[in-house]
Design a protein around this ligand. Structure first.
Ligand code: FAD
Length: 625
């Protein structure tokens, strides 16, 4: 058993910042990651980090753009915190040696990005995330923070009171990928989830194979609700054959989108008469797919992104990486020909419900980065706003977990903040399929192991840290043994493929009731198939079949959460478009969708959006670009 004050799970931008922040408060910190830190997906970020750094710009303008981009579903206290603190965090990176691109006068360069009223996206070529990760990891090494890399966290160690708001997280269970050993981690002051997004729920995605939403699924099953999961961002410029991202930086520098008829359709077809290619991502993705669906796509699949007119010098100075990606993954020379692009899954706006200090409703459990929903992006994230979220809210979670006095959060968490839920007509029962224990709670692989610590008087037994963690280790050992000992069954890859197909076909940019219901049925089938999942590779070391099998369970829970939340929201807001509800319905729908696992019986409810900021209320307006 390993013991630390703060255990950070995940070593991308959010996890690294959280670990350094907790170390700044003199906590003994462990950073546990299934990948080596610099292989985390933050390294793939290309375009940049938004921060109001220059004269003529202000945090207030950044906040206004972000709230508008969110389609009035972001919470003002979180958005304002992001925009106020991002400049300091960016300057901190600069002082730590991050090689930002610079103008001739020596100032850090800033480029325009979609939905921004000022060119405030600071960048390091088209490799911003790579440099950010390396700069931050150097700080972790310099501070001597303990890193457990290639340790796969299989579950959290949480007490089992009936009411999730009374539970406490004491640590986690992790599988050492190099040795095959399973061990417990006790966290005396807090566990911070920084495990990234669930992009692998889809088959055409810009996300890495490792982005399986593990933290979201573990927190959800432990009792922390998921928020606004229906809002999935589809990026308009991904390479058709692989999903590899072509950064928004290309359009920021002046790249142009054309349809098969050679029209600059964003203007010529009236999709965004002011901002054209630099309209918000949801707008551009829908426009591209409309072009394809109406027969003006190329090979009935994609459109062209042309940057040739920018000239070789500007392209190689600012977008060199894009040339490599287009050549290596699509066989196209971006200096000589336009690049084929189409929308692909890119980012999950929803996630684990947290407040401005990263706290969930479970004591001792925090979340930050893409796995969390604070909520700064609402129904649509502006490009360049995820990286500042990592460093601002990763830092705040680290400080708070390590005991720094922070201002009381304005955002409420937990079912206590509920405004009631919908009666949802679902074609199949969602939730766990594992056999139920006598207490009615789902046992073992079915989810949070509630009920097993019940006292004779019916109340929950009070368990300490080491007992809670030890029990979680035993439960996880049994689960892994069962996978390995099953000598026939279904391969995780078969189930994962079916799940990704169902989501890509029916829970994509354009959604309708019939498709969403079909997806729920397909997801249910994958859930049932998963009860027979077997791991055929008996290796103890580097058994990726085993870790992928565990991840697949997480993907199933998250796919269902996205689909259920999407079925319930009968309006069109941000990234969520519904065929029969093509308008934003502010009277009814300015509210966050919440989903509680409820020990295996998912329950939807809503909570209010906070539009009141420090000095003003953000009045919802028509979102045009
Ligand atoms: C191609 C691409 C380009 C992007 N470009 C930009 C951009 O220019 N600007 C911008 O603002 N945003 C951008 N984004 C979004 C942004 O990069 C991500 O949202 C962000 O980097 C996520 O960071 P994170 O720290 O939350 O997670 P990640 O960087 O994904 O890190 C997750 C960490 O969790 C660990 N982990 C996960 N599960 C487990 C487990 N079970 N056990 C142990 N460890 C685990 C992983 O090992 C990893 O260390 C881009 C996204 C993509 C996909």
């Amino acid at each position: 058993m390993h013991e630390h004050d703060v255990v950070v799970i995940g070593a991308g931008g959010a996890g690294l910042r959280a670990a350094v922040a907790a170390d700044e408060e003199d906590a003994d910190v462990a950073l546990v990651s299934k990948l080596h830190p610099v292989r985390s997906h933050t390294g793939a970020a290309e375009g940049g980090i938004n921060a109001a750094l220059r004269e003529g710009d202000s945090w207030e303008d950044h906040a206004y753009d972000t709230m508008k981009g969110s389609d009035y579903l972001g919470d003002a206290p979180a958005i304002e915190t992001l925009c106020q603190q991002s400049p300091d965090e960016v300057m901190r990176l600069e002082h730590e040696g991050m090689p930002f691109s610079r103008d001739d006068d020596g100032r850090m360069s800033q480029r325009p990005f979609g939905g921004l009223s000022f060119p405030r996206t600071t960048y390091a070529g088209a490799e911003t995330g790579h440099h950010l990760l390396h700069t931050m990891y150097q700080q972790v090494v310099k501070r001597g923070i303990t890193v457990y890399d290639e340790w796969y966290v299989t579950d959290l160690a949480v007490t089992d009171e009936d009411d999730p708001e009374e539970r406490r997280c004491y640590g986690c269970v992790a599988y050492d990928i190099q040795s095959g050993d399973l061990d417990g981690f006790v966290a005396h002051d807090g566990v911070i989830l920084a495990t990234g997004g669930p992009g692998q729920v889809y088959d055409h995605t810009t996300n890495a194979v490792a982005n399986t939403g593990d933290g979201q699924a573990m927190a959800y099953r432990a009792g922390a609700p998921l928020e606004d999961m229906e809002f999935v961002q589809f990026h308009p410029t991904t390479l058709p054959s692989t999903g590899v991202l072509i950064s928004e930086g290309v359009r920021g520098e002046g790249g142009i989108l054309y349809n098969a008829e050679g029209e600059r359709f964003m203007f010529e077809r009236g999709y965004a008469n002011n901002d054209g290619e630099l309209a918000s991502r949801d707008v551009v993705s829908r426009s591209e797919l409309t072009e394809v669906n109406q027969g003006r796509g190329i090979e009935d699949e994609y459109v062209h992104l042309d940057m040739r007119h920018l000239g070789e010098k500007r392209i190689t100075d600012r977008l060199e990486n894009i040339l490599h990606l287009a050549r290596d993954f699509e066989g196209v020379d971006g200096l000589e020909e336009p690049m084929p692009v189409k929308p692909g899954q890119h980012y999950e706006m929803g996630g684990i419900e947290v407040d401005e200090n990263g706290e969930t409703c479970i004591e001792g459990l925090y979340a930050a980065g893409e796995c969390a929903c604070v909520s700064v992006h609402g129904s649509n994230r502006l490009g360049g706003n995820a990286l500042p979220e990592l460093i601002v809210f990763g830092g705040r979670a680290g400080w708070h977990a390590a005991g720094r006095e922070m201002e009381t959060a304005e955002i409420e968490t937990g079912p206590g903040a509920s405004t009631g839920g919908p009666e949802l007509d679902t074609p199949v029962e969602p939730g766990a399929v594992a056999p139920r224990s006598e207490s009615g709670n789902v046992a073992a692989d079915g989810g949070h192991e509630a009920g097993s610590g019940t006292r004779a008087d019916g109340g929950a037994q009070i368990m300490g840290a080491s007992e809670t963690v030890s029990r979680a280790v035993e439960r996880e050992r049994d689960r892994i043994t069962e996978f390995l000992e099953r000598d026939d069954g279904v391969k995780h890859a078969t189930i994962r493929g079916r799940l990704q197909k169902a989501m890509t076909e029916n829970v994509n940019v354009f959604r309708n009731e019939e498709g969403l219901k079909q997806a729920l049925k397909d997801i249910r089938e994958t859930r049932e198939a998963y009860t027979d999942v077997a791991v055929f590779d008996p290796s103890r070391t580097f058994n990726t079949e085993l870790t992928h099998a565990i991840e697949t369970r997480n993907l199933i829970d998250l796919a269902e959460a996205i689909t259920l939340s999407g079925l319930a929201r009968t309006e069109f807001r941000g990234a969520h478009w519904r065929e029969a509800h093509q308008e934003r319905k502010d009277e009814e729908w300015i509210k966050h969708t919440m989903l509680a696992w409820n020990d295996g019986e998912p329950e939807l409810y809503y909570k209010p959006v906070i539009l009141e900021g420090e000095n003003k209320t953000y009045e919802p307006k028509v979102r045009s670009y």
